[in-house]
Structures are given as structure tokens and as C-alpha cells.
Design a protein around this ligand. Structure first.
Ligand code: FAD
Length: 524
């Protein structure tokens, strides 16, 4: 872990700018930036002080810490091109990782002894791409957004035009480049596909330092490589995101179950009928109460009702759905919802409804985050495990993992446990993202926060390993999401031979010197 930083940052920065050559010469042996980089105008955008490198050597997971040699603060896309080109043309290339918000879990945006590009630096400059809403006769409405932009800003800017993207993550303070490098999933995925299925075009700086525009029709190999590509093929500097007319409000409904087979049957029914805009689900357990940082939904009287149910069953499943509406559809909303929810088998009396604005709903995690930040409980270790499990094995997963492992764990740690289905056909197999080979797949999210005063993250990491072993032994063919494997072999296994072959070929084509996103530990 990084130590204290006793010298004021501005003193260090001044020192660096004026005597950069000298400083680099004196840095520790691990630090290896080529002299040609230091003779360029962009050298002044490099920071090597411990405050800058401390931030870049940590992430939301707080489980991995890798020090870069320097942090790069570009003021334009051109600056990033120059940086990558310098590495590419150097006899000893250095690694480079784009860092969006650093909300990865296992060092994915870090670059040990390399350079981390702080993408948020582009925010202050008009020549970094902003957010621009337009319309095209064939595509309809779209937004051109910088890869460094946060989804919350994409939402707020699009809403000014009465529009919004259709596919989301549960949390909006993530960068566009960061989520498109993974997939970007939430309760809208069953209907619209992940965020990577809702991109028309991108500008990408490849590992050779070339800026390329790509889409399904132009440079399509790069386009599909980058979507879910874990930052391996280029840095996304602009993405063209699909927009639709935005609703004003949402009706938000949660229904409770104690029987997992009934719960999943209803979930699968709801993603197969047309009409809902969001379907998710989660577990309620002693260690995972009905209200948590992910959203505060239930009133205190609802919570005591649920506590009695939990005492009786030990585990309760929540089905969560949303229907969007606006002034024009407000009158018919109740009737439509009644039809959609008709025939569901949730526990009688355990249906709860809320009515909120679209922004309140989409930005539901933010208030929980701010509360945890105020208590100093946001920046703690997060031993998360995210998995895609094929529908055909979800009952065994419930029995083996939710019932036999998670509901029996005795540590103090709390955190949401998500479980919801989506359709495979909303994902394009040409994209780099990997999901199981079945029509319906379940997303499982064990979103734990370690308590501040203990090392229970190790207990949870071990439990995560046990869960993976359970899947392996039972040949469940689950795929990890947001994973941080340690070896190339694990990655090869993750992709499967056919997809790994394509992934490798694309790497050789777009980042042959293996410069980009070394923190994923795929090729580095
Ligand atoms: P970073 O951590 O900065 O980077 C992630 C990876 O992408 C790194 O390899 C990095 O080098 C690369 N990268 C970053 N920017 C670019 C770029 N412009 N071009 C190319 N590569 C780039 N995910 C979901 O799908 N659904 C959710 O509901 C969801 N909820 C979350 C809630 C919380 C509280 C947190 C912390 C994470 C959540 N995530 C979710 C995971 C999140 O999508 C990923 O961790 C994502 O990578 C975070 O974005 P970031 O901007 O912080 O990326």
C-alpha cells in the first residue's frame, strides 16, 4: 500500500515540471519511462508525486495496489495519442492504462511501473469530447459522448432534450469507457441488451497510437473487439450511444417470495412478456437486509413485516420491476401494470409500490453511496463476485450457494445479493464480452463491503473461491463478470478456445506490443 505523502503536492509538481529529466534519472529502479517521452510537450502532463500515484494505485475493490511510474493528465485526445505512440515506438515500451473512475474491483485500471491515464482530466477541456445529442434519419436520436464522461452526466444532458439512453448500470458514477470495456448490465438488459449492445460507433486510440473510428460497418473488427474488450485494444475517446424518448416517471414494484422456483419462474415470465422496462431480483438475508446502499425502498413498517417473514424462512427473494410512464400514459398505467403482474405467485400481501421520477430511480444508488461516504464506509475492501449462470443450473446454484453457503455465513459483512435473468440473444457474440451458452442467463452479484474494523474480506474471498469451485465441480459453466484472474490460463478458460483465438488475434492486430490495460493481467 502507498505510504504518507508529507510534501505538499504543488511543491512536488513544480519540482517535477522544472527538473523532470533529473528526477526521472533518480527514481527507483522500478520506474522506467523512456527519455524520449520526457522531451515531448506532454511530459508536463505527467505526475510522479506520491499523491497522484497513490490514487492510481487503488480502486473500488481496495484489494489490489499497484504503483504506476506516473499518472498522465491529458488535455486532449491528441495528448493520449502522443503518449501511446511514444510507448509503441520505444525500444522498451511502457504499459498504459486508461482510468475512468477506478471503480474496478481488482486493479484492472492500474499499470505497475507504467503510466495511468487519468481520463477525468479531459473534463476541463473543450477539445476532449463532451456530450452532444443529435439525430440521424436512419439511427434516430443518439449522443456522442467522451469515453471519460460519467453516465450520470450522459443522463442529465440527454434529459435536457427529452431523451435518455435505454440500457444502464445500477450505479451511474461510472465512466462510459469503463462500462463499455466490460458490458454494462442492469434490469434493462433483458429488454435492450447490455450497454455494449446500444453503441452505434466509437473513436478509439489503438495500442499503436492511431485514432480510428469504428462501427458495425467501418473497422468492425475493432468495434466488436473493444465492446467488452477489457481495455485491451484501445482507449475509447468517443462513443455514440442510442437514445430514446425519456419517460418522466417510474412505477417501482417489489414482490417477495420464499420459494426460489416460483420466484425464478415469475422472473422468466416477466422478461418474456412485452411491457416492463426493468426486471431485477435480490436476496433478503440477515446479513443482507431489505434496504441497503443499493437502494432504500421499504418503509420501517414494511421492514418489520419483512423481518417476520425472514425469521420464518431464513431467506426471502425479492422480485423488482419497473414500468416507465409519462403524463400521456399516467391514466392507463395502473391497468397495464395489473395485466403485466397478473398471475404472479408472490406471497400474498407482500407487494410494495413506489412512484418516483426517472432520475430518482436511475440514480438510486447515489444516496446510499453518500451516506456510506459520510461514515467512511465506502472506501473499504469490496470482495465482490459477479457471475453469469445458465438458467438450466440456477436451481442447483440456489441450493448450493444461496442456501448452503451464503445464508449460513456468520460474519458481520453485509451487502446486496442480486439475481436476475436476461436473454442471450440481446448480446452480439462478435463482441469480446463472454456469457454462457444458453438462451436465458442469470446475473448473480454478491456485492459485499468488508466491515471497516476487520479482515473479513479474506473470509469472503475464500467463500467466493468456494462458490467458483462449486460451479466447477458441478460443471455449471458459469462465467465471471468484472473478474480479476491472475493467470493467462484462467483467461483462456474464461474465453473458451474459439473466442480466445479471436481475442488474441485482435490483440496482435490492435495492440501488438501489449501496452494497454495491463492490470487485467491477460497478456502482461
Ligand atoms: P475503471 O475502473 O477506471 O476501468 C475499468 C477498465 O476499463 C480498466 O481496464 C481500464 O483500463 C479500462 N478503461 C477505462 N476507461 C477506458 C476507456 N475510455 N477506454 C478503454 N478502456 C478503458 N457494472 C455493471 O455492469 N452493472 C452495474 O450495475 C454495476 N454497478 C456497479 C456499482 C458500483 C458501486 C461499482 C463500484 C461498480 C459497478 N459496476 C457495475 C462495475 C463497473 O461497470 C466496472 O467496474 C467499470 O469498469 C467501472 O467503470 P470505471 O469508469 O470506474 O472503470
Amino acid at each position: 500500500m502507498a505510504g504518507n505523502c508529507p510534501i505538499p503536492t504543488h511543491v512536488i509538481v513544480f519540482f517535477i515540471i522544472s527538473r523532470l529529466m533529473f528526477i526521472i534519472g533518480k527514481l527507483s529502479p522500478g520506474i522506467s519511462l523512456p527519455p524520449e517521452l520526457l522531451s515531448l510537450d506532454i511530459a508536463t502532463m505527467l505526475r510522479v508525486d506520491c499523491e497522484a500515484t497513490r490514487i492510481a494505485s487503488s480502486d473500488f475493490g481496495h484489494l489490489v495496489h499497484l504503483n504506476p511510474s506516473a499518472v498522465f493528465h491529458p488535455s486532449s485526445i491528441n495528448d493520449i495519442m502522443k503518449l501511446i505512440k511514444t510507448s509503441y515506438n520505444s525500444s522498451v515500451p511502457f504499459t498504459i492504462a486508461a482510468r475512468g473512475r477506478g471503480h474496478s474491483l481488482g486493479g484492472q485500471a492500474m499499470a505497475l511501473n507504467g503510466v495511468v491515464v487519468d481520463m477525468t482530466s479531459l473534463n476541463g477541456f473543450s477539445n476532449g469530447t463532451g456530450i452532444r445529442v443529435s439525430r440521424d434519419p436512419s439511427l434516430g436520436f443518439y449522443a456522442d459522448v467522451g469515453g471519460h464522461q460519467l453516465w450520470i452526466d450522459v443522463l442529465l444532458d440527454s434529459l435536457e432534450h427529452g431523451l435518455a439512453p435505454v440500457s444502464w448500470t445500477d450505479y451511474l458514477y461510472l465512466s462510459v469507457g469503463g462500462t463499455l470495456s466490460n458490458a454494462g448490465i442492469s434490469g434493462q438488459t433483458f429488454r435492450h441488451g447490455p450497454q455494449i449492445s446500444n453503441v452505434y460507433e466509437m473513436d478509439v486510440i489503438t495500442g499503436k497510437g492511431e485514432l480510428m473510428t469504428c462501427s458495425k460497418h467501418t473497422n468492425s473488427e475493432l468495434f466488436y473487439a473493444v465492446l467488452g474488450g477489457l481495455g485491451q485494444f484501445g482507449i475509447i475517446t468517443r462513443a455514440r450511444i442510442a437514445l430514446e424518448k425519456a419517460p418522466n416517471r417510474v412505477r417501482w414494484v417489489r414482490m417477495l417470495y420464499h420459494d426460489f422456483s416460483v420466484f425464478t419462474r415469475d422472473q422468466e415470465h416477466l422478461i418474456s412478456v412485452n411491457g416492463l422496462d426493468y426486471v431485477e431480483g435480490s436476496l433478503i438475508l440477515q446479513q443482507s437486509p431489505p434496504n441497503n446502499w443499493r437502494s432504500s425502498f421499504f418503509s420501517s413498517s414494511d421492514q418489520s413485516k419483512i423481518a417476520s417473514l425472514l425469521a420464518k424462512h431464513g431467506i426471502v427473494y425479492t422480485l423488482e420491476v419497473v414500468k416507465y410512464y409519462d403524463d400521456l400514459t399516467a391514466d392507463t398505467l395502473d391497468g397495464e401494470l395489473q395485466v403485466l403482474l397478473k398471475g404472479l405467485n408472490f406471497l400474498p400481501g407482500f407487494i410494495f409500490k413506489k412512484d418516483v421520477t426517472l432520475v430518482e430511480f436511475l440514480n438510486r444508488v447515489r444516496s446510499g453511496e453518500l451516506k456510506l461516504q459520510a461514515k467512511g464506509l465506502w472506501d473499504v475492501p469490496h470482495p465482490w463476485l459477479n457471475l453469469f449462470v445458465p438458467k438450466s443450473r440456477i436451481m442447483e446454484f440456489n441450493e448450493g450457494v444461496f442456501i448452503n453457503m451464503i445464508s449460513k455465513q456468520s460474519n458481520k459483512t453485509t451487502g446486496p445479493v442480486l439475481v436476475y435473468p436476461m436473454h442471450r440473444n440481446k448480446w452480439d457474440d462478435r463482441m469480446s464480452a463472454v456469457i454462457p451458452e444458453e438462451d436465458i442467463i442469470y446475473c448473480i452479484g454478491l456485492l459485499y463491503s468488508s466491515s471497516d474494523d476487520s479482515n473479513d474480506w479474506e473470509v469472503l474471498e475464500n467463500q467466493n473461491k468456494e462458490i467458483l469451485e462449486f460451479c466447477d465441480k458441478g460443471d455449471i459453466k458459469a462465467k465471471q463478470y468484472l473478474t480479476h484472474y491472475r493467470t493467462k490460463e484462467e483467461w483462456m478458460n474464461h474465453f473458451g478456445s474459439k473466442k480466445w483465438d479471436i481475442f488474441q488475434k485482435r490483440k496482435a492486430q490492435f495492440d501488438p506490443k501489449m501496452i494497454l490495460s495491463p492490470g487485467q493481467r491477460i497478456f502482461n
